[in-house]
Ligand binder design. Structure first.
Ligand code: GLV
Ligand code: MN
Ligand code: MN
Length: 418
């Protein structure tokens, strides 16, 4: 790497770490959808974008959007982006790396105008933590944020609509929002969040498809009662039912790989050591590349819940939160990205993403491509999540080649794809 290139990778990493200081919880990185630290994130990114000559606005769902014009007014737009929110106690790179890289790409143009405009988007919500529903930012961008979603409430009873209003934005136009015409492609650059690239000693991955996912909430209702006086055979213990079910889910997924299934959150009430739990809510996150296999697994896993509950006299209900089909990315744009990496002399591996990304929501509307960077230790959704400077450099070099290929395609269209 030359000094200039070492500098740009170091600057990207240091900006991600600076954004990581914008948090709801001192000492960790926790930044949910439209919580107060998002104002600081917006301010930092706005400064960097404006310094690069971009025009910046925040849309009605809180997506930060920086615009770099094309050669002529009304030029088609290349979207580059990822998300600004985090899971609780997150790392510093999931999502934000793709946004900071987007800003750097525009900086690296050095003022050049291309035959297309660039819009760098920091999506306001992707993780689904605050409202138990992911992708709010990208759903709004493609006009798929429905009134039911706007009415959802967080654990404090604040609705999505209210959260938008509290942040100082106007939610009124959202149900009718659609991406204004002219976006011809979307590029998302993201950490892999898994161990595959590292295990193969490869810096970059090209994503061909993203697996489908189902997210649900299950409610187990038993009977709260005294922990000292209720004999074991007369209990209706909702926590015991959930515990048996969680272990059964783990066993089921282990014997049906590549299925992955996770119960990542449980909440018991009344929540005292000397009271049998009468009420438990539990999350279910289930993913598979094959949509039919995923749907069959959901049915099987719900039957396991019924079984664990019934034998204790516990009642169980389930509520769907997300039903997202597997999504292929655009073959032509993906081929352009592969060529770009080869041109930049970086070997890549083609892969499927087990994680969800905003590209999943955009891909049915806008041709989309994704570039992954190796995740050291395969670690993500964890404070130790990191990136290697040489991989960041490989990503930015590939992205600049990608732009060059798109420019050539659009200047000399050969096959009607440009
Ligand atoms: C997003 O990080 C997801 O895949 O859950
Ligand atoms: Mn994430
Ligand atoms: Mn992410």
């Amino acid at each position: 790497m030359t000094g200039k290139h070492t500098d740009r990778a170091a600057r990207i990493i240091s900006r991600c770490r600076q954004i990581a200081t914008c948090t709801e919880v001192p000492g960790e990185i926790t930044r949910l959808f439209l919580t107060p630290p998002m104002h600081e994130v917006h301010a930092l990114l706005r400064d960097w974008m404006e310094a690069a000559g971009m025009t910046v606005r925040i849309d009605a769902i809180g997506n930060l959007r920086g615009f770099w014009p094309g050669l002529v007014p009304g030029s088609p737009r290349l979207l580059i982006g990822s998300h600004l929110d985090t899971v609780p106690n997150a790392g510093a790179f999931d999502g934000i790396l793709g946004v900071v890289l987007g800003v750097t790409i525009v900086e690296e143009l050095g003022g050049d105008l291309l035959p297309f405009a660039i819009e760098v988007i920091g999506f306001s919500e992707e993780e689904g933590v605050r409202f138990n529903k992911p992708f709010l930012g990208s759903l709004a961008l493609v006009g798929k944020l429905d009134a039911d979603t706007l009415a959802r409430t967080d654990r404090n009873g604040v609705s999505v609509r209210q959260a938008i209003d509290d942040y100082g934005l106007d939610p009124t136009p959202l149900p009718a929002a659609t991406l204004a015409g002219g976006a011809f492609a979307y590029l998302e650059i993201h950490i892999e969040q898994g161990p595959v690239l590292e295990s193969e000693d490869t810096a970059l991955g090209i994503v061909e498809a993203l697996v489908g996912q189902t997210r649900m909430e299950l409610i187990f209702t038993g009977q709260a009662n005294h922990a000292g006086t209720t004999p074991m055979h007369l209990r209706h213990d909702a926590i015991a039912a959930v515990a048996e079910w969680i272990v059964a889910v783990e066993a089921y997924a282990s014997s049906h790989q590549p299925l992955v299934a996770t119960v990542g959150r449980i909440e018991a009430a009344p929540g005292a050591g000397n009271v049998i739990a009468g009420h438990v809510t539990a999350s279910l996150d289930l993913r598979h590349a094959d949509d039919n296999a995923r749907r069959a697994s959901v049915t099987a896993v719900l039957q396991l819940a019924e079984k664990a509950a019934t034998r204790r006299g516990v009642h169980v209900t389930s509520a769907p939160q997300l039903e997202q089909s597997a999504v292929p990315l655009d073959p032509h744009l993906t081929a352009v990205l592969c060529r770009a990496a080869a041109q930049a002399c970086h070997p890549t591996r083609r892969m499927t993403s087990g994680a969800g990304h905003d590209a999943m929501i955009l891909a049915p509307t806008i041709p989309s491509a994704m570039l992954f960077l190796r995740s050291p230790g395969g670690l993500s959704h964890h404070p130790d999540e990191t990136v290697l400077p040489q991989d960041v450099e490989a990503a930015i070099a590939t992205a600049m080649e990608f732009l060059a290929q798109l420019r050539d395609d659009r200047t000399n269209p050969k096959d009607g794809h440009a």
